[in-house]
Design a protein around this ligand. Structure first.
Ligand SMILES: Nc1ncnc2c1ncn2[C@@H]1O[C@H](COP(=O)(O)OP(=O)(O)O)[C@@H](O)[C@H]1O
Ligand SMILES: [Mg+2]
Length: 255
């Protein structure tokens, strides 16, 4: 089958959205949070942050129009990020956090909360995991899926990244988990890998609670996540992680 320039090509990978590609653009469903997310993306672009989608507008079906970012999304179940890819992603995350610190602190309607930033908070991406990143070889090429951006602390974004690499798999070898956590902390800079590990459990407990609350409130995207077993799957993995914390902290002390 061949595709014309205006054909809609479904973009696989997401369990939330229904993103499609049309030519050099991506169309995605919108919600009450979209104005705040577009303000954020416009702010980041104006500040010169690379590797983010640009907002082109809203199409006739009410979907947002974003630029299509190049690169390859790795298969989270079967592919691991290389050390260079981990470092590239964490360097970008640190740059993003530095730039977003200048975003207005007044209340915005985000997907999960409507409030101002508190002291110590920034606007986090909040789903900065490998399934929302594309790579070009060793280099991070793009970060998409900004729908759940909102107030948080920088460690929240590092933790969700770590959860989806090092500690996602309950049977992962402790020494390997420790090595990935060290690379993540070092790649971001000025971070203690022990603090990253401890924050993963905190952050993912919050994530499971937020998904459950949004499902109870009837959020269609979050209800779709329910059909793939969330937040129960996250909670089950958290039980395993919590049981391994002592072992993983010890492994971090060895290297
Ligand atoms: N701006 C973009 N450029 C390139 N690919 C994109 C873009 N936005 C989304 N995608 C692709 O579509 C997939 C699903 O989109 P995403 O925005 O992550 O939605 P979901 O909410 O469904 O996770 C992504 O994993 C990515 O492969
Ligand atoms: Mg996604």
């Amino acid at each position: 089958m061949t595709h014309g320039p205006d054909d809609e090509i479904p973009l696989p990978g997401g369990n939330v959205g229904g993103a499609v590609r049309v030519g050099d653009t991506v169309r995605r469903p919108t919600g009450p949070w979209t104005p705040a997310v577009h303000e954020l993306l416009d702010f980041l672009a104006a500040a010169g942050l690379p590797r983010i989608p640009r907002v082109l507008g809203i199409d006739e079906q009410g979907r947002e129009i974003l630029t299509f970012l190049p690169g390859r999304v790795l298969d989270i179940g079967r592919e691991a990020l290389s050390d260079a890819q981990l470092r590239s992603a964490m360097r970008w995350l640190r740059d993003y956090h530095a730039v977003v610190a200048g975003f207005p602190r007044e209340s915005r309607r985000w997907r999960f909360v409507e409030r101002a930033l508190r002291p110590g908070e920034i606007v986090c991406h909040h789903d900065s995991a490998m399934y929302n990143m594309a790579f070009d070889g060793d280099d991070l090429a793009g970060v998409f899926d900004w729908d759940v951006a909102g107030p948080g602390i920088p460690l929240d974004d590092v933790a969700i990244f770590a959860w989806n690499t090092a500690v996602l798999f309950p049977d992962a070898d402790a020494a390997q988990v420790a090595q990935v956590l060290r690379t993540i902390a070092d790649g971001y800079g000025d971070l203690d890998p022990h603090a990253v590990l401890d924050h993963v459990a905190v952050r993912m407990t919050d994530a499971a609670d937020r998904i459950a609350a949004a499902q109870a409130a009837g959020d269609p995207g979050m209800l779709r996540l329910g059909t793939v077993g969330e937040p129960a799957a996250t909670r089950a993995r958290l039980v395993v992680l919590t049981g391994r914390l002592t072992e993983l902290h010890a492994a971090l002390d060895v290297g």
